[in-house]
Design a protein around this ligand. Structure first.
Ligand code: IVH
Length: 699
C-alpha cells in the first residue's frame, strides 16, 4: 500500500530517472535502491491496481537499467530485487497457490539487431550453425496457468509473482475457449500444466467501456486491464457475461507414462493442444530455420496487428526443439530459449492546450483534454477524456504540459502521464467548474463518486443526450435520428424532449437543406416502427442509471405494462434476478419522478407501446408449453444464449427446480439443482446435446 505522498514522491523520482535515461545517463551504483523502489512501486500499480502510471516501454527501460547495474556490480544484488522476483503482493481475496514450475517473464528485444544478437547467443549455446525457431504472437492479456489431471481441469491460477499465484479456477471455468476436460490420457499424459493468456477482444472491450460509460464509471485503459480485472472478480456469473477468450502457448510441466506421445518440439506442442480442443496459436505460428525469416515474420505481423480481433504487443520467438530448450535453460527471470520482439508502442507526445467540460446524459461532467493533434497508429488524436477530477490530480496534469498519449486498445486515446520536468512555469492549473457549463446550475458531487453532476433534469445537454440514447441502436433503434440530427432539430426547436420525437414536423424538415422527401419518408418509417419495439428496449431507452440491456429484459419480463414498475418496492425489485440495492434504488427513483411518468404517458398517447406484448402471447415453437432450467457450465453454449433459444421457441425459463419444471439441462459441475431434480421423477434431466436436438429435431 502506498500513501498519496509516497506515490507522489516515487512518481516524481520515476520521471527524474526516466529523464536521465533519456539523456543517456544511466543510474549509478549509488541509486540502485531508489531504482528498485521505483520498480516495485510500478509493479504494484500494474499487477495489483491494474492502473499503471508509466508505459510498458518505460518500465522496461528502468528494469533493463537495473539489470545492467546489477550485472556490473553483482555485490549489489539483493534477494528481493525486482530482477530476482517479479511483483510481489497480491490481493487477499483469492487463495494463494504455488506454481508447479515458476512462471517466468520473457527477455525483450526491440529491433532486428537485438534479434540477431540473440540468435548469435542461441547458436553458441546450442553449438549449431543455424537454429530452428517457432514464432507466434505475444498476446497482450493476463497470464494464466492451467493444471489438468487425469484429463480434467483441476486448477487455474494467475501468474502472481511468478512463484505464487491466485486460484481463479471458478472464474476460468467461465471461459469457453478453455476446455474443462481434454484427452491427455490418450497421449500418455497424467498431469500437465499449460500456460496461456486470457484476453478480451477489441470489440468486447469497446462494448464493455461503453457500458461503464453508461454507468458513469471511468473506462478501462486497455483490454489487458479489462481481462485481468475480470479474472479477479468475485462473481463468476459476471465473469461469464464478459465473454473472455484464451490462447495457450506453453507446456510448463508434464507428468507422463512410459511410451507417452508427448510432443518433442514447441510447434508439435501447439498442434497437440489445438487438436485437443485448446485455442493455441496453431494457425498463427510459423517455423523458421535461422533468424532472418523470423525477423521478416515479426515485421509482417507488426504491419497487420490492427487487423487482428485482439491485442498483441509483439511476437515471441522460441527455440523449437524441446531438448535444445532444456539444454539452454533459464535465468531467474526468463528462459534463454525464448525472446519477445516488442512492437513499437503506439504512443506519442503532445501538448495539453485546454480542457473542455462535457455534460452527459445523467448530468455527469467529464473533462476532455484538447491536445495539439498528433498521429498515433494511423489516427489523428486531438481530444482525450480525462474522466474525472481524481484522474487529473493523480496524473498531475497542468494546461501547457507535455503529455505522453497512448492509443490503448486500438481505439481509446489515453493520457499515460505528463512530463513535469519539462515545465517552464507558464503552465496553468485545470480549474473544475462549480456550475454546469451548459445550464449554469450548481454542480454536485456525492461522497461515493468521483464525478461532479449537474442535477438539473431539464439541462439542455442532458436532454439532448437522453434523446440520442433513446434513439440508439440497442434502444429504440431509430435510424436517421443520430447525434447530428438530434442537435440540429433541437437547435431548430423541433426536439425538446423524448415525446417530441413522435411529433416532428416532417413537411418543414423536408424543406431543409440536406433533407429530401426520401430521407424524410425513411425517418418517418423508422419512427413509426419504433412505436412497437419490445418493452425491454423502451425500458433500456429510458436511460435509467445502472439499468443496462440485461436488467431491462429482467424488468420487462416481470410486468405487463411499464407503469406497473411504478408500483414495485425496492424489496420487490430486488427479488428479480441480478437486481441489487443500488439498481433497485435507481429504478425506484426514476419511477418516483412525476415528470418521468408524464413522459411515459405522453409516449403512450403518441402510440408507443408500453405493454409487454411478448408476455401476453408466448411465441409458438418446438418448445411451446415447456419449461427449462440450466445448471452447471454448458460445453458450448453460453447460458444467456441457451435461454434465449428456449424463449425464441416458445419455451419458458424457470428460476428454480420444482414440479413445474419439465427439463433440467445439465453442464459441468452441476450442483444442488441436479440433486434436487433427481428426486422429482417428472423432470427430464438432459445434456446440452439433447437440448440442441429438442430445439432443432431435424438436424
Ligand atoms: S512464453 C517460459 N508465449 O508475455 C516462457 N508468453 O512478457 C513462458 N505472453 O509471462 C512465456 N504471449 O504471460 C509466451 N506466445 C507467448 C506469449 C507469452 C504472451 C506473456 C506471458 C509472459 C509475458 C512476458
Amino acid at each position: 500500500m502506498y500513501q498519496p505522498d509516497v506515490t507522489k514522491r516515487l512518481q516524481a523520482l520515476t520521471q527524474q530517472v526516466l529523464g536521465q535515461l533519456l539523456s543517456g545517463t544511466p543510474v549509478s551504483a549509488l541509486g540502485v535502491e531508489d531504482l528498485r523502489s521505483i520498480l516495485r512501486f510500478h509493479e504494484y500499480r500494474y499487477y495489483l491496481l491494474n492502473d499503471p502510471l508509466i508505459s510498458d516501454a518505460e518500465y522496461d527501460q528502468l528494469y533493463n537499467d537495473l539489470v545492467r547495474l546489477e550485472k556490473e556490480n553483482p555485490e549489489l544484488i539483493t534477494p528481493d530485487s525486482p530482477t530476482q522476483r517479479v511483483a510481489k503482493g497480491l490481493g487477499n481475496d483469492f487463495q494463494k497457490v504455488q506454481h508447479l514450475v515458476p512462471m517466468l517473464s520473457l527477455e525483450n528485444s526491440y529491433n532486428e539487431d537485438d534479434l540477431r544478437d540473440w540468435d548469435r547467443k542461441a547458436k553458441e549455446a546450442t553449438g549449431l550453425t543455424s537454429v530452428v525457431y517457432c514464432v507466434e504472437p505475444k498476446f497482450d492479456g493476463a497470464g494464466i496457468s492451467l493444471i489438468y489431471e487425469n484429463d480434467r481441469l483441476v486448477r487455474a491460477a494467475t501468474r502472481g509473482d511468478g512463484t505464487e499465484g491466485e486460484d481463479i479456477t471458478t472464474n476460468i471455468r467461465q471461459i469457453h475457449s478453455i476446455p474443462l476436460s481434454a484427452a491427455f490420457g490418450e497421449m500418455g499424459i497424467r498431469q500437465i500444466e499449460i500456460r496461456g493468456e486470457v484476453l478480451m477482444t477489441k470489440e468486447k472491450f469497446i462494448a464493455f467501456n461503453q457500458k461503464l460509460a453508461e454507468e458513469n464509471l471511468p473506462p478501462l485503459a486497455n483490454p489487458r486491464n479489462a481481462a485481468s480485472g475480470t479474472l479477479r472478480l468475485k462473481d463468476p456469473k459476471e465473469v461469464a457475461k464478459r465473454n473472455l477468450e484464451a490462447f495457450v502457448y506453453h507446456i510448463g510441466y508434464l507428468n507422463t507414462e512410459e511410451n507417452n506421445k508427448a510432443p518433442l518440439s514447441h510447434s508439435a506442442a501447439l498442434e497437440m493442444l489445438w487438436l485437443l480442443g485448446f485455442r493455441s496459436p496453431e494457425k498463427e505460428k510459423k517455423v523458421f530455420n535461422g533468424i532472418e525469416g523470423v525477423i521478416q515474420y515479426c515485421l509482417e505481423f507488426e504491419a497487420k496487428r490492427d487487423t487482428l480481433p485482439y491485442e498483441i504487443d509483439g511476437m515471441v520467438i522460441k527455440v523449437n526443439d524441446l531438448v535444445l530448450q532444456e539444454k539452454m535453460g533459464m535465468t531467474t527471470h526468463h528462459p534463454r530459449w525464448a525472446i519477445a520482439y516488442k512492437f513499437k508502442a503506439r504512443q506519442a507526445t503532445s501538448s495539453l492546450r485546454s480542457v473542455e467540460f462535457q455534460v452527459g446524459r445523467t448530468g455527469a461532467v467529464t473533462p476532455v483534454a484538447k491536445i495539439d493533434p498528433v498521429p498515433i497508429g494511423g489516427v489523428t488524436v486531438s481530444s482525450i477524456s480525462l474522466h474525472n477530477e481524481d484522474f487529473i490530480r493523480e496524473k498531475n496534469l497542468l494546461i501547457g504540459d507535455r503529455v505522453l498519449v497512448e492509443r490503448a486498445g486500438d481505439v481509446i486515446p489515453y493520457i499515460v502521464k505528463s512530463f513535469p520536468e519539462l515545465r517552464t512555469g507558464s503552465e496553468n492549473k485545470i480549474v473544475f467548474p462549480t456550475a454546469c457549463p451548459v445550464c449554469n446550475d450548481p454542480l454536485y458531487k456525492s461522497a461515493e463518486e468521483a464525478v461532479w453532476r449537474c442535477v438539473n433534469i431539464n439541462c439542455k445537454a442532458q436532454v439532448i443526450e437522453r434523446i440520442i440514447h433513446f434513439n440508439s441502436k440497442d434502444a429504440m433503434d431509430i435510424r436517421g435520428l443520430g447525434e447530428s440530427h438530434v442537435q440540429k432539430f433541437n437547435a431548430l426547436g423541433f426536439l425538446n424532449d423524448i415525446p417530441s420525437i413522435y411529433q416532428l414536423p416532417y413537411d418543414t424538415i423536408a424543406e431543409l437543406d440536406g433533407y429530401g422527401k426520401k430521407s424524410v419518408d425513411n425517418l418517418k418509417l423508422a419512427i413509426e416502427a419504433s412505436k412497437s419495439q419490445p418493452l425491454y428496449r423502451l425500458i433500456y431507452a429510458m436511460g435509467i442509471r445502472f439499468v443496462g440491456e440485461a436488467t431491462s429484459k429482467t424488468l420487462a419480463h416481470s410486468v405487463n405494462h411499464i407503469l406497473e414498475l411504478k408500483e414495485k418496492t425496492e424489496e420487490e425489485l430486488m427479488q428479480l434476478e441480478d437486481i441489487g440495492p443500488k439498481v433497485a434504488a435507481s429504478i425506484r427513483s426514476f419511477f418516483g419522478i412525476e415528470d418521468n411518468i408524464n413522459m411515459l404517458k405522453a409516449l403512450e398517447a403518441q402510440g408507443v407501446c408500453l405493454e409487454n406484448k411478448q408476455k401476453e402471447k408466448p411465441k409458438d415453437g418446438n418448445l411451446t408449453g415447456l419449461s427449462f432450467l440450466f445448471t452447471g457450465t454448458l460445453p458450448t453454449l453460453k447460458r444467456n444464449d441457451a435461454e434465449a433459444m428456449v424463449e425464441a421457441q416458445g419455451g419458458k425459463i424457470l428460476g428454480s427446480v420444482s414440479t413445474k419444471l419439465n427439463y433440467l439441462v445439465v453442464g459441468e459441475d452441476a450442483g444442488s439443482k441436479l440433486e434436487k431434480a433427481k428426486k422429482l421423477p417428472t423432470i427430464k434431466i438432459i445434456s446440452e446435446a439433447e437440448f440442441l436436438k429438442l430445439i432443432a429435431p431435424e438436424s
